[in-house]
Design a protein around this ligand. Structure first.
Ligand code: DGY
Length: 419
């Protein structure tokens, strides 16, 4: 195991740019929001000061309205599309204009616990609580509905860019009228592992729509041609609110602790609206049509990461056992029984270690440790067989996307620390 720990540390060091960490060189040359929060989790096993720097850089780029952008373009790099010149958000350090899953609050709570007894570090943790809380409030204020559910306005926000969950809603986003562009991702990674050109046109159509609205988040939330409620995205946000409440409570910020707990409670109640009894999982909701989306993805399993009732957690555990009959490794990002799934294509079936980690952690906290152990073991088997890839085939562990990947390394450090 020491060998894998060493490899994971070396990957973090190689992707470290001093005050932020890139996900992997070439394919993703900037700071990505949720990647960065997982990087902080990884660094917390190596160097707590560096872990905090990661979150401090992320939060220093928060927008005045509270949103934390999904990419921060610290340096110019022509090797990525769409780069800062396409987004044109006019931030002091250029950023994209959409957000990503709110993992930072979860990462901060892990750091706070590991920094016990170190006042200098805890003061820095304390300084991060208010900005992260403002980000959470932004979600419920700008993207929330009366049920306490938060919508995404672009598939990139979910982090699960080309999930089958979005297919139907995404069809309604036009492809006509998009400016000519040249993709860069397909020169760094196998195009068969990446989203399609058709999807890219729609991703960029939305970016151009939002740019045309001058990056006014209230207008974007109203007018985006894509508005979907993702149970996985909501679960990560709820978890972050719960964990931020713990940080605030332990560091003497009771008003934020209370507000944060109230947001988590609102979110957990909202999730009930997305439960699909016949499938043993949650489903996405298309906010523009009001319909649940019949698509069995890992987004519908992620709520096990929060305080849902035990019966639902148990049903999710059973659902995951059934997925094991379709795949050789857990947890495929989409059911392989679905004819739309694609073994190697990004979020249409491949396994992602960050998702495995959140699901396993949730299962364990709900008392299903055997199932959690099985997932953790599969995660470690994947890196032993195929290295620290971005994602993996659930059938034969083929490594996909980028390699020497930061968040894969971070999760390995986290898993090994608990063994
Ligand atoms: C990409 O470029 O693939 C990202 O997922 C968008 O954030």
């Amino acid at each position: 195991m020491e060998k894998y720990r060493e490899q994971a540390r070396n990957i973090l060091a190689a992707n470290d740019r001093g005050h932020y960490t890139i996900p992997t060189s070439g394919l993703y040359p900037f700071q990505w929001n949720w990647d960065s929060a997982f990087a902080a989790l990884g660094f917390s096993h190596v160097d707590l000061d560096r872990a905090l720097v990661e979150l401090e850089t992320l939060m220093a780029n928060q927008w005045p309205d509270g949103m934390v952008p999904h990419i921060i373009f610290h340096e110019h790099d022509e090797g990525y599309f769409p780069n800062a010149d396409v987004w044109l958000t006019l931030r002091p350090t250029p950023t994209s204009g959409i957000t990503q899953p709110a993992v930072a609050g979860f990462a901060l709570w892990q750091i706070v616990q590991r920094a016990a007894g170190q006042p200098n570090l805890l003061d820095r943790c304390k300084a991060l609580i208010e900005p992260i809380h403002r980000w959470h409030q932004w979600f419920y204020r700008i993207r929330g509905d009366q049920d306490g559910l938060v919508a995404i306005v672009h598939p990139w926000e979910s982090g699960r860019d080309n999930s089958i969950d979005w297919d139907e809603a995404f069809e309604r986003v036009p492809t006509e009228g998009v400016s000519e562009f040249k993709r860069r991702d397909t020169s760094h990674a196998n195009p068969e592992h990446r989203p399609t050109d058709e999807q890219y046109k729609r991703y960029i159509w939305l970016v151009e729509q939002f740019r045309g609205l001058d990056w006014d988040n209230a207008a974007i939330a109203q007018q985006s041609k894509f508005q979907v409620v993702d149970p996985g995205f909501n679960a990560i946000l709820i978890r972050a609110c719960t964990d931020l409440a713990q940080c605030a409570e332990s560091l003497g910020m009771e008003p934020i602790a209370q507000e944060s707990r109230a947001l988590a409670e609102l979110g957990i109640n909202g999730l009930d609206k997305l439960w699909a009894d016949e499938l043993d999982q949650y489903l996405c909701l298309d906010r523009l049509t009001g319909d649940l989306v019949m698509s069995e993805s890992v987004g519908g399993l992620l709520p096990v990461f929060v305080g849902i009732d035990t019966e639902k957690a148990e049903r999710i555990a059973e659902r995951i056992q059934r997925l094991k009959r379709e795949a050789n490794y857990l947890v495929p990002s989409h059911s392989l029984a679905d004819s739309r799934s694609e073994e190697l294509r990004y979020w249409r079936a491949p396994i992602w270690l960050i998702v495995n980690y959140m699901i396993a952690r949730g299962l364990r906290e709900h008392g299903f440790s055997e199932q959690a152990e099985e997932i953790d073991n599969d995660s470690l088997t994947l890196i032993k067989e195929s290295g620290f890839a971005e994602y993996y085939s659930p059938i034969d562990a083929t490594p996909c996307g980028g390699d020497t990947f930061t968040w894969t390394a971070a999760i390995v450090l986290e898993l090994l620390a608990h063994r």
